[in-house]
Structure formats: structure tokens, C-alpha cells
Design a protein around this ligand. Structure first.
Ligand code: MRU
Length: 348
């Protein structure tokens, strides 16, 4: 197996140094470098500045962040258990404030919270929290593979796919959601050609998806976001497949800004529009897309292009990171529990 075939990992736990290791996705595709986080603040910063990004990868990173908080209190030789519990509680609060839309962050923190509450007085609390984070990580990879098998069956033997942002191995524990479906389809013997949207303003499609797919020897072609309409009009596209940051109970789906527009174009051209996401992306508290908070990010992400300012300071900038695709534009939602078709009804 050559290096290119090794499964890409956005997040890992290093037992030896007791650190969360993150692939620095801001440096891709130029440089493949890793950052070792040994404090909760460092983990939180890496989620905020998108060293690590993609809803499932954010959740897994935060889970390791909680384990890190517990282990660090021993490293700092804190002997007062109440003080240690306070530090862990502060870690929950800090990590929950990093990114608002990706619900996997909160799903993972809730699981870690349950483990924490059940074992507060247990002398093995540190190990139990670390074990729980590792389970969340392993489950995500297994879910992606399962989802991939379900999704692969929806694709023709010779498929041409359009995807947006990066819902690949590096946005998850491994394998990927939307790109995981493509990997599984190829493993099942299907021929897959992919068009990747650039995905402005941070170019996750160009920098991450095109790189990840090319590294995995996929036939991938890059387009700018504004070319998607012409592409669906002029070429035979088998399906659009994207990931999700949060899915409401009625199927309305928040994903990277630009996804909604793609769904409208796909509908206009009769192209199936698939969401691939694990159940950890479902928000059973959100009745519809109106209940999903949309993150707005720094203006500088739009003003500055590869370190060169190309927008005058005097121009106003609106930079929502996500949009909501209404369920009526979605052909199916692919999960590890099977493929759901409208009208969407999910049970926890
Ligand atoms: O802002 P990002 O890069 O974290 O946005 C990521 C996306 O929108 C992905 O499509 C989504 O998180 C699904 S990742 C499997």
C-alpha cells in the first residue's frame, strides 16, 4: 500500500503524548502538517479557525477535548476533585461555543456529558472519558462505511457526480459521508467521475475535495460554484451528493453555503439530490430548517483571497457559512440506518 492509499485522518488521539493530533486543513493542499493540541483552549481554537472542520470531525475533536481536560488536571497535579470537575465543566462550555451549526459537535458533547455525569466520582474517570471519545470516533468511521454501502446502491454503474464543500474522510472520523458513498460505489465496481465545486469563500472543494479525491485516484474535475448550472444543463449528471451539518426532523438540511442553490438547479434539471449524513447529524429538537442556527463568519474570509485583499474595506460583506435546503428539494437522505425518502420521518 503506498502512502496515497493510507486512510486520511483529520483527527487522532496520541496515547504516548496524550494529545489530540489534527491535520491542519488550512495548510492543504500545499502542506500536509499536523498540530498536536495539549490544551482545551488549543482544541477550541483549532475548531474555530477551521484547522479541523466538517461536522463529524468537529464532534470527534471536541470529544477528545473533554478527555484532554480530564487528563490535564492530573498532569497539573490537581488533587481537589471538585476543582477537577469544575475544569471539565469549563471545557464543555468552551467547546460548545466554537461552531454553532454543526450539530455533531453538540451530539458528541452530550455523549461525553453523560459519561462524565455517570462517572464523576469514579477513579477511572479519565480513562472512561478517553474510551468514550475513541468509541465516538470508531462509530463514525463504521457509520460512514455503512452509509457508503447504502448510498452506492443508488448510483448507476457509470456515474457522474457533483459535490460541494468537503464531506470526505477529512471532514469525518474517516472514509467520509458524501465522498464515502463514492468510495464505496467504486469498491462495488462502479465507475465514478466527480465534479467538485470550488466552494467559496474558503475553497473546501478546491483545496480539500479535489485534493482528497485526486490523492485517492478518482477522476475529479474542478468547477467554480457559478458553473454548476451550466454543468447540470449541458452534461449528464447522475446525482448531486453532499454532506450535512444539521438535519431537522422534517428533512430540511443545513450544509455549506451554496448547497441550497445547487438543490434548486438540480430540481430544475431533474438531477437527483442526495444528502449523506450519519444520525449524529440529525437534530430531533429542530422541527424544520427555521430552527437551525446559521453561523456567520469573519468578513476577512471574503475580503482576503490567499492573503491578498481584493475587496475594499468600504464594501459591506455578508458571510453566512451555511444555508438550508428545504426537504422538498431533497431526493433522499442516506444514513447508516438506510436511505430515507420524503416525506422524511426519523426516529431516534
Ligand atoms: O465550514 P465547514 O468546512 O466545516 O463545512 C463543512 C460542510 O459543510 C460539510 O459538508 C459538512 O460538515 C458535512 S462533513 C461530512
Amino acid at each position: 500500500m503506498n502512502d496515497n492509499n493510507k486512510m486520511l485522518q483529520a483527527v487522532a488521539w496520541d496515547d504516548e503524548t496524550q494529545a489530540v493530533i489534527l491535520l491542519d486543513q488550512r495548510a492543504l493542499p500545499d502542506t500536509e502538517k499536523y498540530i498536536a493540541c495539549q490544551s482545551v483552549e488549543q482544541v477550541a481554537n483549532c475548531i474555530e479557525n477551521m484547522t479541523v472542520r466538517g461536522a463529524p470531525a468537529i464532534g470527534i475533536t471536541a470529544a477528545y477535548g473533554i478527555a484532554l481536560a480530564a487528563l490535564n488536571s492530573d498532569r497539573l497535579e490537581i488533587t481537589d476533585n471538585n476543582y477537577k470537575l469544575k475544569i471539565i465543566n469549563q471545557a464543555f462550555e468552551r467547546l460548545a461555543k466554537t461552531r454553532p451549526t454543526a450539530v455533531n459537535l453538540f451530539t458528541a458533547l452530550e455523549r461525553m456529558r453523560a459519561c462524565f455525569e455517570n462517572n464523576k466520582e469514579n477513579l477511572k474517570l479519565n480513562n472512561l472519558l478517553l474510551e468514550e471519545a475513541k468509541i465516538i470516533h470508531d462509530e463514525d468511521i463504521a457509520n460512514n462505511k455503512r452509509m457508503g454501502e447504502f448510498g452506492a446502491k443508488l448510483l448507476p454503474d457509470d456515474a457522474v457526480i457533483l459535490t460541494h464543500c468537503n464531506a470526505g474522510a477529512i471532514a469525518t472520523g474517516g472514509h467520509g459521508t458524501a465522498l464515502g458513498v463514492l468510495r464505496s460505489a467504486r469498491e462495488a465496481g462502479k465507475k465514478i467521475k466527480v465534479y467538485a465545486d470550488e466552494t467559496r469563500p474558503l475553497f473546501q472543494g478546491a483545496r480539500l475535495t479535489a485534493w482528497e479525491l485526486a490523492r485517492d485516484n478518482f477522476d475529479v474535475t474542478l468547477i467554480t460554484d457559478s458553473m454548476a448550472g451550466a454543468l447540470m444543463k449541458s452534461k449528464k449528471i447522475s446525482a448531486v451528493i453532499v454532506g450535512a451539518d444539521r438535519i431537522a426532523k422534517n428533512g430540511d438540511t443545513a450544509n455549506k453555503i451554496g448547497t441550497y442553490g445547487l438543490s434548486v438547479i438540480a430540481k430544475a434539471h431533474g438531477v437527483p439530490f442526495y444528502i449523506a449524513a450519519p444520525f449524529t447529524t440529525l437534530d430531533f429538537k429542530a422541527e424544520s430548517g427555521a430552527d437551525i442556527p446559521i453561523e456567520e463568519r469573519s468578513e476577512s474570509e471574503m475580503r482576503i483571497l490567499v492573503n491578498n485583499q481584493h475587496v475594499p474595506d468600504s464594501v459591506k460583506v455578508w458571510n453566512p457559512a451555511f444555508d438550508v435546503t428545504p426537504s422538498e428539494n431533497i431526493t433522499a437522505i442516506i444514513t447508516e440506518r438506510g436511505v430515507f425518502f420524503p416525506p422524511f420521518k426519523f426516529e431516534n
